[in-house]
Design a protein around this ligand. Structure first.
Ligand SMILES: *Cc1c(COP(=O)(O)O)cnc(C)c1O
Length: 376
């Protein structure tokens, strides 16, 4: 059996390497390393896949969040509501731009924020809601968009973990995760469902004016060559990364399907184990399993993790600490017990190996090790 990895980019390269090599070689020969044709071609292809009017690529997912907040003309002190249970990038840009971070607890089952929790946190200074589609399943966007509309708020979806997830509206129509809010952001970090071989990111919007401004801010605030309308930044997707992403985008549907098949096997195996909560599914979103994250209910999460390590099975804790308890965010003035859901999730969650190249033998081996641990 091949050694088990959380994400096995080697196994993936063995399958699609010939396509990737050709794509990289063509950029080496063209020398169009910055803003070469593949960048726009990738944006166009991703636009089509996502069913969105504009994709604006940038250097990484954190920049995408920063660009999204910059383009909305927010003032220092404006409030941004987001979750306590996310990767730090979601909140750091809020702090960097002098905006006020307002944290809410997620739902214990879906790990995502609810409209109800956000509603309670709204004040006259609230300007933006940032739902994070954690681990690959959408937050309740229809309720969040209704709430935003009533309160005249912007919604920036952090869709870094949900590239390809489908959101189902009550009227039966679908949209892709990241294309529902005013702006969506994503990351092409190598381990993401659509990942490149370095850093990369993008924004989605159906608003052509916002897209134009985003392009300008990501390019030093330049509208016409060497004329600067805004204070911008330099945030570009490399042409080589765009060429790699063009190859990988063609496989994304099949990759996400393979992840879902692994998840179904985990679900079935763990459904009878009283100490494990499998990831909750919702009717309004598909789940593309960026992570398959269980909750260990008997206080033995860390012991399980060590046991799996002894069997050469990797696992990860996403995330070990709530945002509100990070030293850097102490200035927000939250106290330990303010967000009990996140605090308990941080003690219970464990993400298991999850990638499209997992072999049946590996899945069986992981399942039997976990069930053995709880039988002891
Ligand atoms: C990965 C990730 C980001 C940041 O992406 P980078 O490309 O690493 O900057 C932001 N938000 C979430 C939820 C992520 O998972």
């Amino acid at each position: 059996m091949r050694e088990i990895q959380m994400v096995d980019l080697n196994a993936q390269y063995e399958k699609i390497g010939h396509e990737i090599d050709g794509a990289i070689k063509s950029i080496l020969l063209s020398t169009a390393f910055i803003k070469g044709p593949d960048v726009r071609l990738f944006e166009n292809e991703l636009q089509e896949y996502m069913g969105v009017k504009n994709v604006v690529s940038c250097a990484n997912g954190t920049d995408a969040l920063q660009l999204a907040m910059r383009v909305l003309n927010l003032k220092p002190g404006d409030e941004v509501i987001t979750t306590d249970f996310t990767f730090i990038a979601t909140v750091e840009v809020v702090a960097l731009l002098g905006l006020k971070l307002v944290i809410v607890d997620p739902e214990p089952g879906t790990y995502n924020i609810s409209a109800e929790a956000v509603r309670k946190a709204i004040t006259p200074k609230t300007k933006v809601i940032v739902p994070v589609h954690l681990f690959g399943q959408c937050a309740d966007m229809e309720s969040l968009m209704d709430l935003a509309k009533k309160n005249k708020l912007f919604v920036i979806e952090d869709a870094a973990q949900a590239t390809g997830a489908d959101y189902l509206f009550k009227n039966g129509t679908y949209k892709k995760a990241g294309t529902i809010g005013h702006i969506g952001t994503t990351s092409f970090f190598p381990s993401k469902n659509l990942g490149c071989y370095g850093d990369g990111g993008a924004l989605y919007t159906n608003d052509d004016d916002l897209a134009k401004k985003l392009r300008s801010i990501a390019n030093h605030g330049m509208k016409i060559r060497y004329h600067y309308d805004d204070i911008g930044i330099n945030s570009r997707l490399d042409t080589i990364q765009a060429a790699i992403l063009r190859v990988k985008l063609k496989h994304l549907t099949e990759f996400n399907k393979a992840r879902a098949a692994v998840a179904a096997k985990y679900d079935k195996a763990f459904s009878t184990c009283q100490f494990i909560s499998v990831p909750q599914r919702v009717t309004y979103s598909s789940h593309i399993f960026h992570q398959y994250t269980i909750r260990v209910k008997n206080g033995k999460r860390d012991a399980l993790k060590s046991f799996l390590e002894s069997r050469k099975i990797p696992s990860m804790i996403y995330y070990p600490g709530p945002i509100h308890m990070q030293e850097a965010y102490g200035f927000l003035g939250y106290s330990e017990n303010d967000f009990p859901v996140t605090t308990s999730l941080c003690k219970e969650v464990l993400s298991l190996p999850m990638h499209p190249e997992m072999e049946q033998e590996q899945i069986d081996y992981i399942i039997s090790a976990i069930l053995e641990f709880f039988k002891k």
